[in-house]
Ligand binder design. Structure first.
Ligand code: PBG
Length: 337
């Protein structure tokens, strides 16, 4: 990639189909590879024991109690998945306007992290930092006079990050889109002896319709109601602004950056990777997964092939890794091929 083509050639001397005749030949000239080690498995955790509750709008995806999560994570690890991201479905009665449950060291996500690190120490664990799983209004930050306030929110977020680090989380992933939160979290972690906890910034996170099924899965859809997140998540019309978001996050200490959603924003992935040449990740979000699965269920597309193709497109655009609900299935397919 990058280099201008040195030799263009012309028909009939040049026939590009020659290299496509058979599987081995196509493998030989393949420019992009998708490996199990490129995949981060995104998961939902809930209260209870021995419970798997299917997420209606995401066929094949379960919200799991911690014991089941650990069992399935072991399987993921055995299939070569390097890391898992855990999202909590907080019981409704624990949700409050100030989202205080986010700071409970024994909350669902911290419990899950401790269980995962105990059973599978070599599986990386990633936690979201944002208040929406814990807030009664469903917003990622504190709300004052109908507005999500920035500086008051990042104070809580940095404490949330610390609680997660104390539980054993390896990578803190702030998904809230507040200004200055990466720097504030870095400082809080460093001041408390967590210099080596990594930060994966949701740098270019767009205000997207594709988050619908996720909000249903963690129960925040009803909390949010008719409200949206457009005063902090990015405007889908913007691309240069994504570069500014990344630049700021890197300056504040982000170890990795992320683009989200994935497929509608491949141009953003490409630009970021080419501009900054830093570890760049992309999140294939719930709505992307749901669309492909739904069309597959209707028999309109082959959803396995469409999902595999979508994962490849992220690699081709320059992503170093992909967060996806389909990680374990994809890893199995890659290994068996
Ligand atoms: C929380 C968060 C969201 C997602 C990941 N972290 C939802 C949102 O911002 O409303 C969405 C993931 C998905 O749709 O798969 N801040």
């Amino acid at each position: 990639m990058g280099n201008k083509s040195i030799f263009l050639g012309s028909y009939p001397t040049t026939r590009l189909r020659r290299n496509r005749q058979n599987i081995w030949g196509r493998n030989l000239v393949a420019e992009t590879t998708l490996l199990a080690s490129d995949l981060i498995w995104t998961t939902f955790v809930r209260e209870g024991n021995n419970i798997t509750e299917s997420v209606t709008s995401m066929p094949g995806v379960d919200c799991m109690s911690v014991d089941i999560l650990v069992e399935r994570a072991i399987e993921a690890y055995r299939n070569g998945i390097p890391a898992i991201a855990v999202f909590p479905k907080t019981p409704t009665q624990l949700k409050t306007p100030n989202a205080i449950e986010a700071l409970n060291p024994n909350n669902l996500v911290c419990t899950a992290v401790r269980a995962l690190k105990k059973s599978i120490p070599n599986l990386g664990v990633i936690c979201d930092v944002a208040l929406d799983p814990y807030s009664s209004h469903g917003q990622d930050g504190l709300v004052q006079n109908g507005y999500v306030v920035n500086d008051e929110t990042i104070e809580i977020l940095s404490k949330q990050a610390l609680v997660q680090a104390e539980a054993g989380c390896d990578i803190i992933a702030p998904s809230d889109m507040m200004d200055g939160r990466i720097g504030e979290i870095r400082q809080e972690l460093d001041a408390n002896g967590y210099k080596n906890v990594q930060l994966m910034a949701y740098s270019a996170k767009f205000a997207s319709a594709y988050y619908g099924p996720f909000r249903e899965a963690i129960g925040s859809a009803t909390n949010l109601g008719e409200a949206d997140k457009k005063t902090y998540q990015m405007d889908p019309r913007n691309s240069n602004e994504a570069l500014r978001e990344v630049a700021l996050d890197l300056e504040e200490g982000a170890d990795m950056v992320m683009v989200k959603p994935g497929m509608p924003y491949l141009d953003i992935v490409y630009r970021i990777k080419n501009t900054f040449a830093v570890p760049t990740y992309v999140y294939q979000v719930s709505g992307e997964y749901a669309m492909i699965k739904a069309a597959g269920e209707k028999g309109w597309i082959n959803s396995d092939e469409a999902l595999m193709e979508s994962l490849l497109s992220f690699k081709r655009a320059g992503a170093d890794g992909i967060l996806t609900y389909w990680a374990v299935e994809a890893a199995k397919k890659i290994t068996n091929n």
